[in-house]
Design a protein around this ligand. Structure first.
Ligand SMILES: [Zn+2]
Length: 159
């Protein structure tokens, strides 16, 4: 495992992992770009597999980005419903996740979330293809966030 102060989120690997190993659910897709390689069901901000379909204003249950279809090809475009660019959304998430994973004296919620993220991310890094295990780990995170009304990881550090 990496030293936590040098923690570097494996966002690209995570997206590739979900893209390669989980079937893309067919839903509404953009037609103005060649989207089949780009519009994954993984969230464009946090990379987790949270979107049932793309470009349909689903809200990611982990980072709370509202998916208006913006992806890698438009990182600097304003995303209307999110009031920021994709690049900015990614930076906020990355910073919050870095804080979470390097927290040493977190409360119970922070500790529990930290361990669950470490678990899930390790499974992805090891290319664990037990899909039900991956989905279970991710659902535990989503349940915890929902139950505690944490609408975005950065909210954990708003105090
Ligand atoms: Zn997300």
């Amino acid at each position: 495992m990496k030293e936590q102060e040098h923690y570097n989120d494996n966002f690209n690997q995570r997206r590739d992992f979900f893209q390669k190993n989980f079937a893309i659910k067919i839903g509404k897709q953009r037609t103005d770009v060649k989207s089949e390689d780009i519009l994954k069901n993984s969230c464009p901000v946090c990379g987790y597999l949270t979107l049932d379909e793309r470009d349909s204003f689903d809200i990611c249950a982990i980072c709370f980005w509202e998916d208006d279809g913006i992806d890698d090809f438009e990182v600097n475009n304003d995303s209307g419903p999110n009031h920021m660019t994709l690049k900015e959304g990614r930076e906020i998430f990355q910073e919050a996740k870095r804080k979470l994973l390097s927290a040493t004296e977190g409360d119970n919620l922070i500790d529990t979330l930290k361990n669950k993220f470490l678990n899930l991310d390790n499974s992805i890094e090891l290319e664990n293809l037990d899909k039900s295990e991956i989905v279970r780990l991710q659902n535990e995170i989503v349940d915890l966030l929902t139950k505690n009304k944490v609408y975005g990881l950065e909210k954990l550090f708003d105090k």
